[in-house]
Design a protein around this ligand. Structure first.
Ligand code: ATP
Ligand code: MG
Length: 440
């Protein structure tokens, strides 16, 4: 992409209405614009990041054996009357009437819909286990939408739902998602610690929130320093390895981590003092087992192995896809702007010409741009007729992992400057070597 043709509205000043750094940077670097309270338009740069995050979530869900589908945003009130949640949900639910005066709602979540879709198609224990997911916009009429996309009213969520024959099988589905979540967040370049969460209607130990540590997080967190050494990838563990997955769960469960909502002072004080870590965090995911809560209420049954009807046991697994854009920025920025982890960066490389009126450096930058595109590298080329310093500032602000600075002085001696955004390291090298390095 040539910057001269792009829609990348960067702001010089920090917007006064933004309180936390990610919100400020998302506005300044032109990722989003608010169109109504808690509702955002995703501009090209933000949209590219959102899609990258979504794709990582999708690949890890697919790898874990979940199947993608797509359910609508609008739902009928009658569906929610079946579970009893239409009355119970409260003012966070946006209720709408259509032209025939039918009661509708903009889905805040999809347990009811998936349960009914599944109920109407499955008959036997052979149809289990299944885990289905979609990545779809949700609406929750939050009292206080704030911090930009972190607590929006309309937001993008990955929500998965598992159906199993009994609780033991449902635990395996839960452990499978736990592993998928560890891998998902790790791939995005962030660490999200699984913390014990309030367990809701049926009690038990199967509810975890995944929390990214950041000083601006809404929750206070308490965790064991052992998480600093944790193996987030679990590379040796395979899906389907029941003993291994149980081992992972036991490990997580026995390594203390809790938010202020579930903090257990007695257990905390058992930890050696040097291992007690406190801070704040952002919830980017929540996995949750709720047994037969919806299957029972909505009449989902299959015939079991001996022919008697069985009510499947369910869990749901959410990832805040749009919230993650803000959370990643909270975890990865400096005074000059965003520092994107490579896996979610909108482009990998930014080329900057220092003097738009210098024919030789423009020709060199043009050819580098063409070669990088030919090699399949995602590149943003700042070819604008602006002062070099301004362009370098914008490039730092939008945070691409690599910058190539092309100026008259370097080109006279056949070199360009390659800068790594995350460390600030710079290196002078020939155009050919820069190209070779970036296409490695
Ligand atoms: P919170 O406690 O932050 O209000 P929640 O517990 O209501 O979230 P879940 O129903 O567990 O949220 O939703 C799954 C995920 O969706 C959350 O982990 C979070 O990342 C994201 N999410 C929830 N509410 C919002 C929101 N208003 N804006 C952006 N993302 C959200
Ligand atoms: Mg939650």
């Amino acid at each position: 992409m040539r910057w001269s043709r792009a829609f990348l509205p960067v702001l010089k000043e920090s917007p006064a209405d933004a309180q936390i750094v990610s919100h400020k940077l998302m506005l300044r670097a032109g990722l989003v614009r608010q169109t109504a309270a808690g509702i955002y338009a995703w501009l090209p740069l933000g949209f590219r990041v959102l899609k990258k995050i979504e794709q990582i979530v999708r690949e890890e869900q697919d790898r874990a054996g979940a199947q993608e589908m797509l359910m609508p945003t609008l739902q009928s009130a009658d569906l929610w009357r079946e579970s009893g949640r239409y009355e119970a949900y409260g003012p966070e639910m946006l209720r709408i009437r259509d032209r025939h005066d039918r009661e509708m709602l903009y889905g805040p979540t999809n347990e009811e819909m998936i349960t009914v879709l599944f109920r109407d198609e499955v008959k036997s224990y052979r149809d289990l286990p299944r885990t289905l997911y979609h990545i779809q916009w949700k609406f929750r009429d939050e009292v206080r939408p704030r911090f930009g996309v972190m607590r929006g009213r309309e937001f993008l969520m990955k929500d998965a739902y598992s159906f199993d024959l009994d609780e033991a099988a449902a635990r395996q589905s839960y452990y499978t998602q736990m592993l998928a979540y560890l891998r998902t967040f790790q791939r995005m370049g962030i660490r999200a610690v699984p913390m014990k969460a309030a367990s809701g209607p049926i009690g038990g130990d199967l509810s975890h929130e995944f929390i990214v540590l950041a000083p601006t997080g809404e929750s206070e967190v308490f965790y064991d320093a052992a998480y600093e050494e944790f193996d987030w990838n679990q590379a040796g563990l395979n899906y389907g390895d029941e003993t291994g997955l149980q081992g992972l769960f036991d490990r997580v469960n026995s390594t203390y981590a809790a938010t202020d909502e579930t903090h257990d002072v007695a257990k905390w004080e058992v930890l050696p003092e040097g291992n007690r870590r406190t801070g704040r965090g952002i919830e980017v995911g929540h996995i949750f087992y709720f047994g037969d809560k919806y299957s029972k209420a909505m009449g989902l049954k299959v015939s079991g192995r001996d022919g008697t009807p069985v009510t499947p046991m369910m869990g749901s697994y959410g990832v805040g896809v749009s919230r993650l854009v803000g959370a990643i920025i909270e975890a990865s920025h400096d005074d000059a702007g965003i520092v994107w982890p490579e896996a979610v960066a909108p482009w990998q490389v930014g080329i900057v010409t220092m003097r738009a009126d210098d024919g030789a450096s423009v020709a060199a930058a043009d050819s580098l741009y063409t070669e990088l595109i030919r090699a399949g590298v995602e590149v943003l080329y700042d070819d604008r007729d602006e002062r070099g310093g301004v362009k370098l500032g914008s490039m730092d602000l939008i945070g691409l992992p690599w910058q190539v600075v092309v100026g008259p002085r370097g080109i006279a001696s056949g070199t360009v400057e390659l800068k790594r955004r995350s460390t600030g390291e710079r290196e002078e090298l020939s155009l050919e070597s820069a190209l070779a390095r970036l296409t490695e």
